[in-house]
Structure formats: C-alpha cells, structure tokens
Design a protein around this ligand. Structure first.
Ligand SMILES: [Zn+2]
Length: 174
C-alpha cells in the first residue's frame, strides 16, 4: 500500500524518532509499504517519519542500474558505528523536498549496525551513493534534513518554495 509522503515544512520531520521496541506484523507491513512508496516515487531511500511514523526505521535501494537486481534493504534502529575521515560531495535530494537538489559533504564511508526484519543484528560498510543515502536517512530519524547542511539563505529559499508547493496542492493544483 502506498503511503502519502510528508512535505517539508512539517513538524513531524523535525522530531527525534523512538527506537522500534518489537518487530511485529505492524513493522513488517510498514517496511513493505515504505519500500513500495519509495520505488513508486521513485527514490533510493525513505525514512519512517517521512510517512508520519515516528520510529527508527528506514528503507533503501541504491542500485541504479535498471538491468541489475534490486537490493531492497530494511534497517531497524540503525546506528553509525564508524565514519571515514575522507569525505564525499553528493548532489542530494529528498522525497519530502521534491525537485530541490543541493551539494552536501558527508563522510565517504560509514559502518552501520542495525536490526533486520528477522530480528537479527547486522553490520555493513557502505560507500558511494549507499553511504550518502544511509546517512541522509538516519538524519531523518533524528529530525534532520539535508537542507540543514546548507546556508540559511539557501535553506529559506527552498523552504519558501515548499510552502508555496503545499499551498498550491491544498488548493487542488498539481
Ligand atoms: Zn530525505
């Protein structure tokens, strides 16, 4: 089932999310819906607060090659356990900030520990787009958006555009 994606500015996108306490059927359904919503958008990552669920869960799939097999990932209670000193600049976007892109500098590599849908602990090192994506999505769980890395003028400009977009949508525009 597709879930509506919250658009910035929204107070739910600025909140610290609570850890997932137990992985039951509800969490399984949430993860499935989030993957479907992410692929439909289309996007490479989606965090639970973006669909209004204030829990520490994210989904991602950074396989860009349409010929390659997809790799849908579900990360519950993810934690960055190591960051490289080397950084990487990526032009980031966000499904909650449609059609706005800006360069963000982040560690080029991160090691992340999380719990899978099966309840098992997992740990993996991410590089390239995967590293950028997982850091961007974990930021969402802490109420942080990629525009928070920009200067105040650029951030305000994007926020005003989003306020206008929301007004237009509320009026029934496209
Ligand atoms: Zn985002």
């Amino acid at each position: 089932m597709l879930r509506p994606i919250l658009i910035h500015p929204d107070p739910r996108l600025k909140k610290l999310c609570a850890p997932v306490a137990d992985i039951g059927a509800e969490i399984g359904r949430l993860a499935e819906d989030m993957l479907e919503t992410m692929y439909d958008a289309p996007g490479v990552g989606l965090a639970a607060p973006q669909v209004g669920v204030m829990k520490r869960l994210l989904v991602m799939d950074c396989v860009k090659d349409p010929e390659a097999a997809p790799r849908p990932m579900v990360l519950i209670n993810p934690e960055i356990t190591w960051r490289s000193e080397e950084t990487n600049v990526y032009e980031e976007g966000c499904l909650s900030i449609p059609d706005q892109y800006a360069e963000v500098t982040r560690p080029a590599m991160v090691r992340v520990r999380w719990t899978g849908l099966d309840g098992a602990a997992q740990e993996e090192e991410f590089t390239g787009l995967w590293a950028t994506c997982v850091q961007h999505e974990i930021d969402h769980l802490d109420g942080k958006l990629f525009i928070d890395y920009l200067g105040p003028i650029k951030r305000q400009m994007i926020t005003r555009r989003m306020e206008k977009l929301k007004r237009d949508r509320a009026r029934g525009g496209t």
